[in-house]
Design a protein. Structure first.
Length: 208
């Protein structure tokens, strides 16, 4: 009888130890492996704009973004710019600009009391290249034509193409000279479709 009781006690003790070990394992936090971030996103998080954006991203209106080279939004990506955001371009002429490629989108969410600013450091004409948007609508240049700005491809057969929305945007310091016969505009539109909405855009030399 004593031997049987001893065996039962040993079995109970073993079960308790096993249960304790199992519970300790379940209390440990899960190991989370963070996904890698592209260098372009890392730069944006630091307030620097350059390179090719291949995934959608929303800027922070409390950050002044320094545009120091070309910034290109690739097809499938959307650049969202909240009201009050300020983008300051380096005085880099034709090498500094923002371009939305065919299939990409821009969403400028400015308001009448809190517009979005895109400007250069000095605000003088020709400091930088401005904003270029390429769409997929029909054009006299045909499908997949090449823009004089950056050689970007534009044009197709979708007249309702949507390249995004722009509301209350102020741009200054643009107009860099491309060659002897042409220069950047503040906003250059290539085959942009009717699905795109643009309202209240001012291209000025200076704004204070």
């Amino acid at each position: 009888m004593k031997k049987s009781v001893f065996k039962i006690l040993n079995l109970v003790a073993f079960s308790i130890v096993t249960l304790a070990l199992t519970n300790c394992g379940s209390d440990e936090p899960d190991i989370i492996i963070s996904q890698p971030t592209s260098p372009v996103i890392e730069n944006l998080q630091s307030g620097i704009m350059n390179g090719n954006l291949e995934e959608s991203f929303t800027l922070n209106s409390n950050t002044i973004y320094n545009l120091n080279a070309s910034f290109i939004v690739e097809s499938g990506a959307t650049l969202t710019i909240p009201a009050g955001t300020r983008i300051q371009a380096a005085n880099g002429g034709t090498s500094v600009y923002i371009a939305i490629l065919k299939g990409g989108k821009i969403d400028v969410q400015g308001t009448s009391s809190n517009p979005v600013f895109m400007t250069s450091a000095s605000g003088n004409p020709g400091d930088w290249g401005g904003l270029t948007i390429c769409g997929d609508a029909t054009t006299t240049a045909g499908s997949n034509a090449e823009a004089e700005v950056g050689g970007f491809v534009y044009g197709g057969s979708n007249d309702e193409d949507n390249s995004g929305a722009i509301n209350y945007l102020i741009i200054k310091g643009t107009g860099a000279q491309i060659n002897a016969d042409s220069q950047y505009n503040g906003v250059s539109l290539y085959a942009v479709g009717s699905g795109t909405t643009i309202s209240n855009v001012a291209v000025v030399k200076r704004f204070r």
